[in-house]
Design a protein around this ligand. Structure first.
Ligand code: MLT
Length: 270
């Protein structure tokens, strides 16, 4: 792990492997360790960069983040762009899971020429509904007043399939531990930022780079229908459905996910 000053914060990241750059952006409320298995699978042929988004993992929060206000998806995307500047990476495959996908969309909107290809995993293009926004605000207050344990317990059954929850304690522990390590202030800022994110449903029809949309068949948070909508609008896209997986499809079915990711990257760089 390395940290560097990006904008107003110390940002933590891993940068491993040699080859075309692939930047993988974690979801909420996780950290860069979400991508360990994908990093391991790719580094013999790719340079894989996995940041901890501001306020997550080992990255700091900005002085004005947290209870004082949202961290927008645009802000997080700008951090990623600055990290790429710092690492001398002009263009990369940009991938994100869930909130990481919201950040990836904000990235391609702001910096289209820096995106070689996109991976949108278990995510969606729509903004939150009014009810969804209210829930985000309640969750942000809960994180700040009670910490992450309640949030983690409530989220777990929505993140993993019932089968994984009952039969794979090591996966449950891995996901739960990531959530418990998240700093409440970082979680709260991101929740407020997600609540005010742009609706990208129209924008995505302007995406011109190869895009892999991937989703767990049993994803309860960003269901298959959301991915199908994105696929119908992004012309150069393909949709991969991961069987026996929920929202954290890369962790629940690592082999299927990695197979799809490597096949996609092979096509992009053929
Ligand atoms: C995530 O996994 O990043 C979040 O569940 C996304 C969301 O809450 O919209």
């Amino acid at each position: 792990m390395t940290t560097t000053r990006i904008n107003d914060i110390q940002l933590a990241y891993d940068d491993v492997g040699v080859g075309p750059a692939v930047v993988l952006i974690h979801g909420y409320p996780f950290n860069r360790s979400l991508w360990t298995e994908q990093t391991d699978a790719l580094t013999s042929r790719f340079r894989v960069v996995t940041p901890d988004l501001r306020g997550f993992g080992e990255s700091a929060s900005g002085e004005r983040d947290g209870s004082e206000g949202p961290v927008t998806m645009n802000r997080m995307a700008q951090d990623v762009a600055e990290l790429m500047d710092h690492l001398g990476i002009e263009q990369a495959v940009i991938g994100g899971l869930s909130m990481g996908g919201y950040v990836a969309l904000a990235f391609v909107k702001q910096f289209p020429s820096r995106v070689k290809a996109l991976v949108l995993a278990d995510t969606r293009a729509q903004a939150d509904t009014e009810e969804g926004k209210q829930t985000r605000h309640q969750q942000a207050e809960k994180a700040l007043s009670e910490g992450m344990a309640g949030i983690a317990d409530a989220m777990l059954p929505k993140l993993l399939t019932p089968d994984t929850v009952s039969k794979r304690p090591e996966v449950v522990k891995r996901v739960r531990d990531m959530m418990l390590k998240t700093k409440p202030q970082g979680a709260a800022s991101a929740l407020l930022g997600m609540a005010e994110r742009d609706d990208q449903s129209e924008f995505i029809s302007t995406i011109r780079v190869p895009t892999m949309i991937v989703v767990g068949r049993e994803d309860a948070l960003t269901p298959l229908a959301d991915s199908e909508k994105m696929q119908s609008k992004i012309a150069p896209s393909r949709l991969v459905v991961i069987e026996n997986a929920g929202h954290v499809s890369n962790l629940e079915q690592t082999e299927q996910f990695n197979f799809a990711l490597i096949r996609f990257l092979d096509r992009v760089f053929a």
